[in-house]
Design a binder for this molecule. Structure first.
Ligand SMILES: Nc1ncnc2c1ncn2[C@@H]1O[C@H](COP(=O)(O)OP(=O)(O)OP(=O)(O)O)[C@@H](O)[C@H]1O
Ligand SMILES: [Mg+2]
Length: 252
């Protein structure tokens, strides 16, 4: 399965979700590939100390037959990464002059897909050509949203873009509530009302706001290792299980 973790809003927990899902799947003995599509390279920094020679820009721009060359094993069992670097910003510009520029990631992934059970795409916080590539390549879009002003504003434009790009009416997607804070009860009530129209697409697992998740990110570690008995570890573990139970068909 290919999961695109995407929301045009910044700082909603995309990378935290991508890295913890990737580690969770790998720990479940599922060979997993994490693809970092964000020039900020936050996901990459969790798994690599040195700047890589080849990055996801090469993965996308090279011929699909060369795609394996841009994949780097991590120190974790069952987990490989296609890293990002700041160079990715140039790739986005180069892509704009290419034919079928929105499909290049999908083609590259087709070439390596048989090697992996799960592929996770960590998207940048914008609706640019890299996000278009992820939206086309994904079997399922996972949209993290954080309660607060404008939390759901980006969902419909993203889905409309996906419908256009994929030429498909029923975009497979789920919404994940992240950084949920029980103390902001008024905000939460308004948020739940806003989410009502997406109710059937909500994942049951909710990720709470937690300092241990924030600290784990700062330490560049998955929460399952940084604080294994924390609430965040429990919630991301439950999220892995819930996602693996979904019956979303992968595309041929
Ligand atoms: N559940 C959580 N509780 C508390 N802090 C969190 C939680 N999830 C993420 N954070 C923190 O919030 C910040 C943003 O998280 P993250 O990088 O995952 O979001 P993002 O959507 O990938 O951001 P960007 O749009 O910049 O790529 C980080 O500092 C992270 O440590
Ligand atoms: Mg991110």
């Amino acid at each position: 399965m290919i999961y695109a973790i995407t929301n045009t809003k910044g700082g909603v927990g995309k990378t935290t979700t991508a890295t913890n899902l990737a580690c969770g799947f790998a720990q479940r003995n599922r060979k997993t590939l994490l693809v970092d599509l964000d020039p900020q390279a936050h996901a990459t920094q969790c798994f690599m100390e040195n700047r890589p020679d080849r990055d996801v820009g090469d993965f996308i721009m090279d011929k699909p037959s060369q795609a394996l060359k841009s994949i780097i094993p991590t120190a974790r069992e069952n987990l490989d990464i296609v890293p990002s670097t700041a160079k990715l910003t140039e790739t986005a510009e180069l892509l704009s002059s290419r034919i079928r520029r929105e499909e290049r990631l999908m083609r590259a992934l087709e070439a390596v897909r048989d090697e992996y059970r799960e592929i996770i795409l960590d998207c940048p916080p914008s609706l640019n050509i890299l996000t278009y590539n992820a939206v086309i390549a994904g079997d399922l879009l996972i949209i993290p949203v954080q309660p607060g002003a404008g939390a759901v504003a980006g969902i419909d434009p993203l889905l409309e873009t996906a419908t256009e790009l994929r030429d498909e009416e029923n975009i497979p997607y789920r919404i994940l509530i992240t950084m949920f804070d029980v103390r902001t009860s008024r905000t939460n009530v308004i948020f739940e009302e806003l989410l009502e129209e997406y109710r059937r697409r909500l994942l049951k697992t909710i990720i709470s706001k937690s300092e241990s998740l924030n600290q784990a990110n700062l330490a560049g570690k998955p929460i399952s290792e940084f604080a294994p008995s924390s609430r965040g570890a429990y919630e991301y573990d439950a999220l892995c299980d819930e996602i693996l139970r979904l019956r979303i068909p992968s595309r041929p």
